[in-house]
Design a protein around this ligand. Structure first.
Ligand code: FMN
Length: 333
């Protein structure tokens, strides 16, 4: 079982932190599909320290989401520690995670995110400072290295452990790779064998069977799923079920997909108001529609929706169209 500090997860399936995606509306929806742990999108340490209004809103957690890991990023010790202390005392997050994987230049040029991967001593120093100042367990999410010439995953994970970190999540790609190529699971096994704190494996888990294979091949303690859960919280549910019973549950029907998409939309509206929520929901709606045959027209139309009513009507029409198609196909057989 996956246990981080004194927090026990009910299973080994973890929703990855994803910027612009993993707000309370999406996390709660995924949680209801059985995730053992959900991770929030990365939040700027400076935004927290300066009490930036948008950043403060990002700290909102619905109590039904717990256990939850809240991720902060930064490049300087003072602000990172201040932000961690704020999260520790003022939010109901269970775990404080530090981002050491973000490859985006805007972040790495501030010595944050993946930039840390080049310096295990800095990792030790920064993580120690955070651990010493908070009560909640502190974890780190990292990539395996900066580039092929600088793969310090083992040293970096050991530095986290020595510093008092409670777990590591490892994405098996370098910073330079971004999302290209295939995630390297061998390094996940290697790191697992070199530390005594839990390791969560991450990268290219696209199906429940992949999740099982990652756990078996690497010995990792938890499996983190990112892109495969976009518009697809069933991926989480199906993985939990598969790991527990070996049973592979059917993919959802179009009607089920749309019902959850609308639930997600309504939660996003409650969180951000209709104007922002509908615009943010366009990308999610396109993901929910993925895999539905003949959806190209609907995916384009989604991008023109400005109100909840427009979006919901469009989605409901799609359900009726799809069901009519299925019926006529069934009658032909
Ligand atoms: C849109 C998007 C946003 C992401 N934002 C974050 C983030 O805020 N913090 C983080 O540690 N990783 C972030 N990641 C990386 C994911 O957590 C994960 O490591 C990566 O997608 C690989 O896992 P996957 O193959 O299951 O998608 C992001 C990935 C995507 C696709």
């Amino acid at each position: 079982m996956l246990k981080i500090g004194n927090i026990e997860m009910k299973n080994q399936v973890v929703l990855a932190p994803m910027a612009g995606i993993c707000n309370s509306a999406f996390r709660l929806t995924v949680k209801e599909f059985g995730a053992g742990l959900v991770c929030a999108e990365m939040i700027s340490d400076k935004g927290i320290v300066l009490k930036n209004a948008k950043t403060m809103n990002m700290l909102y957690i619905d109590e039904r989401e717990n256990p939850l890991s809240l991720q902060i990023f930064g490049g300087e010790k003072d602000t990172l520690v201040e932000a961690a202390k704020f999260v520790d005392k003022n939010t109901n997050a269970d775990i404080i995670d530090i981002n050491m994987g973000c490859p985006v230049p805007k972040i790495t040029k501030c010595d944050a995110g993946a930039k840390w991967l080049l310096d295990p001593d800095k990792i030790y120093e920064m993580v120690s400072a955070v651990v010493d100042n908070v009560d909640k367990p502190v974890t780190v999410k990292m990539r395996m290295g900066w580039d092929e010439e600088h793969i310090y995953a083992v040293k970096n994970a050991q530095a986290v452990e020595r510093a008092g970190g409670s777990a590591v999540s490892l994405h098996g790609r370098t910073r330079v790779q971004l999302y290209e190529g295939q995630a390297n699971w061998d390094i996940i096994r290697e790191v697992k064998q070199s530390i005594n704190i839990p390791l969560i494996g991450n990268g290219d888990v696209q199906s429940p069977q992949d999740a099982k294979r990652m756990l078996e091949e690497t010995g990792c303690d938890g499996v983190m799923i990112g892109r495969a859960a976009l518009g697809n919280p069933w991926m989480i549910y199906r993985t939990v079920q598969y790991l527990e019973s070996g049973e592979l549950i059917d993919e959802p029907s179009v009607r089920e997909k749309i019902a959850v998409c609308i639930l997600h939309l309504d939660r996003l509206i409650a969180l951000k108001g209709e104007y922002v929520a509908v615009r943010e929901m366009r990308k999610h709606a396109a993901w929910y529609l993925k895999g539905i045959k003949g959806n190209a027209k609907a995916r384009n139309a989604v991008n023109l929706c400005n109100t909840r009513d427009e979006l919901v009507n469009l989605l409901n029409e799609l359900v009726l169209e799809q069901e009519a198609k299925e019926l006529s196909q069934a009658q032909l057989v």
